[in-house]
Design a protein around this ligand. Structure first.
Ligand code: AMP
Length: 395
């Protein structure tokens, strides 16, 4: 796996696909600069080598040229974070981009305008990719969030750099971390899958049954399993048409020797509300009019034992409706168990939109081994797919 550390960028123009798709407020201020910060190590190494940096990214989902989605909005923030002026080209290809690229000196940074102003980007157009490719000497992909898309700048472009292409440090770290869970994992391996629905996680569950020793199933998914097993789930969320599938997963797990752990008790509420009355009940005996919104104390005790015995832990999805304080305890406690296991030497990877939000909200970011930034891309890797953006560099 070639990374930027395998290249000397002195007097080279590095064309880097970054993910600067950051959230903006109504005045076009960057409200969360995590993604820009995440690209800094790669940019710094290239500048330190004496190379110049040309950044390309998408922002939002513009239909054609629409300056509301201009990457120009983030130039000030990017300059602040990267510690020097970030120059901006109001086009990502053509004469204007070429001129801007020619003006850039070693040690300087240029940001190209939103790639998605051209429909060719998402279409994976070869001519468009070739035009982009003409702007740099070495292609670097550091955008994990779009690695599962065969877009011009993420995948197609790589063919124009048969030897001079590599991963940025962020993307390399993502791949390495996922491989530590999926390929060269230390046993026992435990996956915690929470969130709302079985249907959105089913391919992940099926794929990782081959790779884990324990699977903790929590969150709203719990109730589809419990109902399928004959329990009474009251008004809890449930996908009735997935009950057969739930039983099939349990059967497969038995066959593969994977131990499945489902909550035995839950915090039930008489409404889906932060002001609801609550009680702890057996997960199989939830009264009508009540719904399970978080894992109960006995369940957490069981989960703790499993987590503390694990050497590798993957966490995707909250154990309850953590957005409401009353139902956040399970998710927070799980974070504590994983933090403790990590401190004792386990490798822990957290990923998937809502678990990342939970980890940040409750301050676990520095207590787990790695927090993955690419929601969709990570899920596809967990599903066992080969991501086109990664394959194009390895090719
Ligand atoms: P997902 O996007 O599938 O990972 O689901 C995350 C969402 O699942 C969060 O917004 C949680 O509030 C929600 N969730 C977790 N547990 C439950 C539950 N027991 N009932 C309803 N929603 C839940």
């Amino acid at each position: 796996m070639k990374t930027i550390n395998d290249f000397d960028f002195k007097n080279k123009k590095a064309l880097i696909r970054v993910d600067f798709n950051v959230p903006l407020d109504e005045n076009f201020n960057v409200t969360d600069a995590t993604r820009i910060e995440a690209a800094k190590p790669t940019i710094d190494k290239i500048l330190a080598d004496g190379g110049s940096v040309i950044l390309m990214s998408h922002l939002g989902r513009p239909k054609g040229i629409d300056r509301k989605y201009s990457l120009g909005h983030i130039v000030k923030k990017a300059s602040e974070i990267l510690g020097q002026t970030v120059y901006f080209s109001p086009d990502c290809i053509g004469a204007e981009a070429e001129k801007a690229v020619n003006n850039i000196q070693p040690g300087q940074i240029l940001l190209l305008e939103n790639l998605r102003f051209y429909a060719e980007e998402e279409a994976g157009d070869v001519d468009f990719a070739k035009k982009l490719a003409s702007l740099g000497d070495i292609y670097v992909n550091d955008a994990f969030g779009t690695a599962h898309r065969a877009h011009a700048s993420t995948t197609i472009i790589a063919q124009f750099f048969p030897k001079d292409k590599c991963f940025g440090l962020l993307l390399a770290k993502e791949i390495e971390s996922l491989n530590k869970v999926l390929k060269d994992s230390q046993k026992p391996v435990t996956a915690v899958l929470g969130g709302s629905k079985v249907s959105s996680k089913i391919t992940v569950i099926e794929n990782i049954l081959d790779k884990v020793d324990h699977m903790i199933i929590g969150g709203g998914m719990t109730f589809t399993f419990v109902k399928a097993l004959g329990g009474k789930i009251g008004d809890s969320i449930c996908e009735d048409d997935k009950q057969e599938l739930a039983l099939e997963i349990l059967r497969l797990a038995r066959e593969k020797g994977v131990q499945i752990h489902i909550p035995v008790d839950v915090i039930a509420a008489n409404a889906f509300s932060k002001d609801a009355d609550t009680q702890v009940v057996d997960v199989r005996k939830i009264p009508d009019g009540w719904q399970g919104l978080d894992a109960g104390p006995k369940s957490l005790e069981n989960f703790k034992k499993v987590i503390l015995e694990s050497k590798t832990i993957l966490w995707n999805g909250p154990l309850g409706v953590f957005e409401m304080d009353k139902f956040a305890n399970g998710t927070i406690e799980l974070g504590n168990f994983i933090a403790e296991a990590t401190e004792n030497g386990a490798f822990s990877l957290v990923g998937g939109g809502d678990s990342v939000a939970a980890v940040k909200q409750f301050g676990f970011e520095d207590k787990v081994s790695y927090v993955s930034t690419g929601g969709g891309a990570m899920l596809e890797m967990l599903e066992g797919k080969i991501l086109p953006g990664i394959a194009a560099i390895l090719d």
